[in-house]
Ligand binder design. Sequence first.
Ligand SMILES: *[C@@H]1O[C@H](CO)[C@@H](O)[C@H](O)[C@H]1NC(C)=O
Ligand SMILES: *[C@@H]1O[C@H](CO)[C@@H](O)[C@H](O)[C@H]1NC(C)=O
Length: 273
Amino acid sequence: MKFTSVASALLLAGAAVAAPSKLQQRRHERSAKRMEGRRSLRPLAVNATSLEDVIVADNPDEVTYSSNWAGAVIVGTDITEVTGTFTIPTVTIPSGGNSRTEYGAAAWVGIDGDTCESAILQTGVEFLIEGSETEYAAWYEWYPDYSYEFSDFDVSPGDEIKATVIATSETAGTATLENLSTGDSVTHTFSNEASLGSLCLTNAEWIVEDFESDSELVPFADFGTVTFTDASYVTDGTTEGVSGATIFDVEQSNEVVTSCGTSGSSEVYCTYE
Ligand SMILES: *[C@@H]1O[C@H](CO)[C@@H](O)[C@H](O)[C@H]1NC(C)=O
Ligand SMILES: *[C@@H]1O[C@H](CO)[C@@H](O)[C@H](O)[C@H]1NC(C)=O
């Protein structure tokens, strides 16, 4: 969008709309809906140099360190639904960061992508900050595709968001976000994603991620704390809690930058250190 043209200047003046932030402009230049170049990835090993270099949750008794995933992962069978509720945090620049870099992080729930290589069905909210500008966006994704924005669902810090993914088959399902303060919700229905990749229905996830932006991980933002409450998943038709999940923490440049865990059977928390 250009703001030098008379027509858009008039439109903006007429509607008395605040000028969009740099971050908003940049995203809208990419595309209205498809968040070109932005997506969630599988959990990469620490210091990974390629997307094939992943780390899986194979030891629930130890923390798994990853370049990009922080949170909790369950490995199971016939996982058809994952849900969790979180309050959108206020994003800040990490200490030692600078005002000319864009930092980001995203909180989401999902099915697969850990031991299952072929797909992730997921939905959540991303947080961006550059200088004094922040941006919060609600999205859904069927990895390996990019994320798509729920363009009619504005989110801001303090909103209590219930995120749910449901797989109706290995190639179909829904991604739903609900604002528990207002009861507003949005759903995207995936009807046949066989061309992208099939789900295995073997992983349930509650994650804060350093997502991919233009082929690299975005510099990780300080997301404060994200706590998923009422976290549960459905396996073989039964609803279960998060006890026994493998905990992931993000390690970058030799430093562990998150501290995540579970509390009771229905809470997953992650704090940026
Ligand atoms: C990651 O790279 C750093 C710097 O090269 C190195 O010191 C560290 O041991 C590596 N960490 C892992 C887990 O490979
Ligand atoms: C969510 O609820 C808050 C009120 O707590 C409201 O300010 C916000 O606009 C709502 N967002 C959506 C997308 O409904």
